[in-house]
Design a protein around this ligand. Structure first.
Ligand code: PLP
Length: 375
């Protein structure tokens, strides 16, 4: 493949140990052990998170679809979600003909605001999906209290927070179930891939059956109990995942290193908000995000365009989902309902989180930001 002349926005760190595992899966992972790597990856991933069960899936969106199906979410139900997240957090709600209810985010950690959640609960609310955005951790104490007191399912979307902790508990250990993404841009990648973590045995059995055409794990051959999805993973993909997972500390340390490089070069500038790191959180910084104080008078599109002129890549902070055509372009109405989401999103960008960033490239990015801000 030709070398890339530009600074990448995102990308993984794959070493010979993953290549060796994938080669092993490619050469030996077919006949007697067609799910060896899938099962080993699931077992180790669940244990590391202190969860009882794990189910690998083709991606995180399908993991959420499985979980919401297993929880019985359906037509007429409402599911509370943060307004600023990737659509993968919410798409499955619509697949099941339930309704996403977009709630405001907290101005410090950019995750679901518990106060907004309380106000959004109706008799039709069945579940809350909280997202640990960019590696930041949601306010799990408050969200757990709300879910318990209103008897709602609480789901953790940990797609972006592998390796983060909240009061010493790992991202992925909160709520009735948690989901991860192993997309090619994520800290741990399988190209495309996902994982569902669960503790409840019956829910696990249901989700496992829904993952594989209504078959029960270990059940009779060609025997289907229900018409369900087919969301099965395969050995080669899981071998890459297992190889990456066995390097998890190194992968997270690299993400933290990138964040610290940005902070070392730009940390002296007042009026820049970075990923949240309160004392009770270890932030694994899937991507470094930067939210500009209003004093700069620069909105997100202007900042991205000015940086592009200097060959500095940046991506927009997630748009509020309520503002997007996919959800009816409801921006005019939702700006006052979720003011923090609209305000923060309009001032925020993601910087490159590519694992292979060099110090020279980070210098170039930070020089570009200084030039645009004229500081
Ligand atoms: C917060 C969040 N949730 C869900 C997803 C969906 O993940 P996937 O692309 O693996 O389906 C992503 C992926 O980018 C994400 O960032």
């Amino acid at each position: 493949m030709p070398p890339s002349p530009t600074i990448p926005m995102a990308g993984p760190w794959v070493t010979q140990s993953e290549v060796d595992m994938v080669t092993d899966a490619m050469t030996r992972g077919w006949y007697d052990q067609p799910y060896y790597y899938v099962e080993t990856f699931q077992r180790e991933f669940a244990a590391w998170h202190g969860r009882k069960h794990a189910l690998m899936t083709p991606n995180c969106t399908t993991a959420l679809h499985l979980l919401l199906t297993g929880l019985g979410i359906g037509e007429g139900d409402e599911v509370i979600v943060p307004d600023c997240t990737w659509i993968g957090s919410t798409a499955a709600i619509s697949y099941l003909r339930a309704t996403p209810v977009f709630c405001d985010i907290n101005k410090d950690n950019w995750c679901l605001d518990p106060g907004a959640v309380r106000r959004a609960i109706t008799p039709r609310t069945k579940a809350i999906i909280a997202v640990d955005l960019f590696g930041n951790m949601a306010d799990w104490d408050a969200l757990t209290d709300i879910a318990e007191s209103h008897q709602l399912w609480l789901v953790e979307d940990a797609a972006e927070s592998l390796g983060s902790t909240y009061r010493g508990r790992r991202a992925g250990s909160f709520g009735v179930g948690a989901v991860f993404s192993f997309h090619r841009t994520k800290t741990l990648t399988t190209g495309e891939g996902g994982m569902l973590l669960l503790d409840d045995d019956a829910l696990y059995e249901r989700c496992a059956m829904w993952r594989d055409h209504g078959r029960k794990p270990g059940g009779q051959t060609y025997f289907n109990y229900e018409v369900t999805y087919k969301y099965m993973p395969f050995n080669v993909q899981a071998a890459l995942g297992l190889g990456q997972f066995r390097r998890i500390d190194e992968l997270v340390a690299r993400k933290r290193w990138i964040f610290e490089q940005y902070r070392a070069r730009l940390g002296d500038i007042d009026g820049l908000q970075w990923n949240a790191e309160p004392p009770h959180v270890f932030n694994s910084i899937w991507t470094t995000a930067l939210v500009l104080d209003p004093k700069w008078g620069l909105d997100k599109p202007t900042l991205i365009a000015e940086l592009a002129k200097l060959d500095v890549p940046a991506r927009p902070f997630f748009y509020p989902l309520s503002s997007l055509p996919a959800y009816g372009s409801m921006g005019e109405r939702y700006q006052s309902i979720n003011p923090v989401a609209y305000d923060v999103s309009n001032r925020g960008v993601n910087l490159s989180c590519a694992m292979n960033l060099s110090e020279a490239q980070i210098d170039h990015i930070c020089d570009g930001i200084r030039r645009v801000l004229a500081v």
